[in-house]
Write a protein that binds this ligand. Structure first.
Ligand code: ACO
Length: 395
């Protein structure tokens, strides 16, 4: 008897972005930078900042419940939860375990995936393997990050880049062809120290010294990372596309990791495609690491950029140096996502804390201080007739 081929279809998708917006103008007030520099070098205009009562797990749970509602299944039908993050709530337990409880699932195995910004694509590929092998029917794949608590707000080369958020998909087994077609994953350890967070692990456990030296913040060699990204993104994507028996021109839309608009332009150029095949939302969220691809995918579908039968490629790079790409044939009704989003709010979710837990305010002091002081209001100068008295409010 032939074993049926099991395909992994995206049946649900959802995202969550915290309400608080941090603009480039806000950052101008704490580091020597400018909106013009950030926009021209990266494309980023603003990013989101999680509130004090939000965590990686809470944001992940909202995005997950939205994805589960979109898929039209019960949370308890999920067999496996894979959560990609470089900013887990704790070293242990896994953030995936906290999400499992918060979404009301009693059955699933739950674990975190660590591959930095490539984490969601790595987790997605792992989910496909679980489904193809018959080990799981519904897998919840999440990318969630709370990066604003791991940034040095005196380092203008990193603090302007990152933001917070979460995205999730449900992958479901089916004998119908389509869904996830092929993937490629690479790791180049010679780049291991190009983006890293030095302290807090076994090599450099946290101490007064590591904190005094700021070793608990993300460090990055921007130029080296940029070079790796522009070299690897197009080749990784191309490899997944060719494994699927396709050519770049067969792909309706690429969902690239949202790190830098110039890197995304290099991907388009490398694949010989126009920029309108690349989905871009980094202007509004900055780099949300493992969350960036699932947030962008959910937004692209909800904006009507994908239809049944379209081919889409997810492609990411990140610390490690890692990179990953997945080629997908889209099979879900795009209209389902908007209803799934509307069905779940942040108030519907809570992540349980131990009864004796007395947490400190988790927001870095420099960021908290910035948020407390409202910045100057942008005045539309085009409306001001020369010679008129200045409108009230301009200092
Ligand atoms: N505002 C103003 N000036 C700045 C800023 C800033 N925010 N940051 C750096 N500069 C200055 C530098 O000090 C430098 O000045 P100098 O010439 O006087 O020394 C100048 O701008 C140029 O700096 P570069 O680093 O060469 O600028 P570049 O054009 O390379 O852009 C950037 C820097 C945006 C970081 C770019 O290298 C980049 O995007 N790299 C990839 C980073 C990335 O994607 N990281 C995420 C990886 S994913 C993960 O796993 C977390």
């Amino acid at each position: 008897m032939n074993t049926p081929v099991r395909h992994a279809h995206v049946t649900g998708w959802g995202r969550y972005a915290p309400a608080q917006v941090l603009t480039n103008r806000d950052l101008e007030r704490i580091v020597d930078t400018s909106d013009e520099w950030i926009v021209s070098r990266t494309g980023i205009r603003e990013r989101r900042v999680a509130a004090a009562n939000e965590t990686t797990a809470s944001m992940a749970a909202v995005a997950s419940l939205r994805a589960i509602r979109t898929a039209g299944i019960d949370p308890d039908e999920i067999d496996l939860i894979l959560l990609a993050t470089l900013t887990p709530d704790y070293w242990m337990p896994s953030t995936a375990a906290l999400v499992k409880e918060a979404i009301g699932n009693t059955r699933a195995a739950a674990m975190d995936v660590s591959a930095a910004c490539s984490g969601f694509v790595y987790a997605f590929a792992t989910a496909q393997a679980y489904i193809a092998s018959g080990l799981a029917k519904h897998v919840l794949v999440i990318g969630a990050e709370l990066l604003t608590r791991f940034l040095d707000y005196t380092d203008r080369s990193t603090c302007i880049l990152f933001g917070d958020g979460a995205g999730a998909v449900v992958l479901s087994a089916s004998e119908e062809p389509g869904g996830s077609l092929a993937f490629e994953m690479t790791t180049e350890p010679q780049g291991a120290y190009m983006i890293w967070l030095p302290a807090g692990g076994a090599k450099a456990p946290p101490s007064a010294g590591t904190i005094a030296r700021g070793e608990h913040y993300i460090r990055m060699e921007g130029n080296q990372t940029y070079r790796f990204a522009t070299r690897t993104m197009a080749t990784t994507a191309l490899s997944a596309i060719r494994k699927a028996g396709l050519e770049p021109d067969d792909i309706k839309l690429f969902i690239p990791h949202q790190a830098n608009n110039r890197i995304i332009e290099a991907v388009a150029k490398g694949l010989g495609l126009p920029m309108d095949r690349m989905y871009v939302n980094l202007d509004r969220y900055g780099n949300t690491s493992a969350a960036s691809v699932p947030i962008a995918l959910a937004e692209a579908v909800n904006e009507g950029r994908l239809d049944v039968g379209d081919r889409v490629v997810l492609v990411a790079f990140g610390a490690g140096f890692t990179s990953g790409a997945v080629a997908i044939e889209w099979t879900a009704d795009p209209a389902r996502g908007i209803a799934g989003d509307a069905a779940v709010t942040a108030d519907d979710v809570s992540v349980r804390l131990p009864v004796d837990w007395d947490s400190v305010d988790p927001i870095p002091e420099a960021l908290a201080e910035l948020m407390r002081r409202p910045g100057p209001v942008d005045v539309p100068l085009d409306d001001v007739v020369p010679g008129e008295p200045e409108p009230a409010g301009i200092s």
